[in-house]
Design a protein around this ligand. Structure first.
Ligand code: PAF
Length: 272
């Protein structure tokens, strides 16, 4: 595995590749969720590029940029183990110079996650577009856990005619159901236990569906019942364009929720 730090190094590496490239952009602190993306990229492409870059433009003032977990040495070992060909680990000054061109996500980026974090998705799209330009992947891998991010990136690829296939990857969970997230390390013992209610409420919603219950109001109420006592930021049931639904449409519905545990916001969702 080659570790690349500069734009020139990445460009030179990319020029030497004529086969399929699978790209997994990350902010590091790699866990099983990332590993599953990398493994899938490894299976489906001749060359795999992973990036680790804690992107400052997607953090709002006061968010956990400084405290965001950084585990460079462990991450390098994981990438080595997963047989990554190139690991791109740029500095902030490498990725951001004095630039004037900004990417503006659609209005759909200002609801749900974007309501709590206005401008967050502009920063995500900005860096992902830069990384796409540098790595020119055939396939790029994103987890369904960050559903809104995934769908906004797919929209950007479509709008800018980028010849990149966005691969939607399933959420990876602990054996007890907790969706993997780099932020899970912030949870204390009680919060970790309470956090299990997120997946429990989503599984309950899915089980209601199997009983033909499609009414969004009924399903939301059941979810809120399970999450009672927790600091729920939102529960939303939307289609893939983020329109609120009144009735679940199988194949085109996502239930998204965010619960706060102190400063830590945990996201979970289920695609129906
Ligand atoms: O999902 C993430 O880790 C980040 O938002 C991404 C896509 C790597 C962009 O910084």
């Amino acid at each position: 595995m080659k570790i690349l730090k500069t734009i020139d190094e990445l460009r030179d590496a990319r020029k030497s590749i004529s086969s399929n490239v699978g790209f997994v952009p990350t902010m590091g602190a790699l866990h099983q969720g990332h590993i599953s993306l990398i493994k899938r990229a490894r299976l489906e492409n001749e060359i795999v590029i992973v990036s680790i870059f804690v992107n400052p433009t997607q953090f709002l003032p006061g968010e956990d940029l400084a405290a965001y977990p950084r585990k460079d040495e462990a991450d390098k070992k994981i990438c080595e183990m997963c047989k990554v060909d190139y690991l791109f680990m740029p500095e902030i000054s490498t990725m951001y110079k004095e630039e004037e061109t900004l990417v503006k996500a659609s209005n759909r980026s200002y609801i749900l996650e974007g309501k709590a974090r206005p401008g967050h998705f502009d920063g995500v799209l900005q860096v992902v577009l830069k990384l796409f330009g540098l790595t020119q992947p055939t396939n790029a891998y994103f987890g369904k856990k960050d559903a809104q991010q995934l769908l906004l990136i797919s929209q950007m690829v479509k709008d800018f005619f980028l010849p990149i296939n966005i691969v939607e990857c399933e959420i990876i969970r602990e054996s007890d159901g907790l969706a993997l997230s780099s932020r899970n390390v912030y949870l204390d013992e009680k919060q970790r236990k309470d956090a299990l209610l997120l997946s429990k409420s989503l599984y309950l919603a899915a089980s209601l569906l199997t009983k033909e219950e499609k009414d969004v109001k009924v399903i939301k109420n059941k979810i809120y019942e399970v999450l009672q006592g927790l600091d729920v930021e939102y529960v939303a049931i939307v289609d893939r364009s983020f329109n609120e639904l009144e009735e679940i449409e199988i194949g085109n519905s996502i239930i998204l929720l965010v619960v706060k545990f102190g400063q830590t916001r945990l996201l979970d969702n289920i695609w129906l």
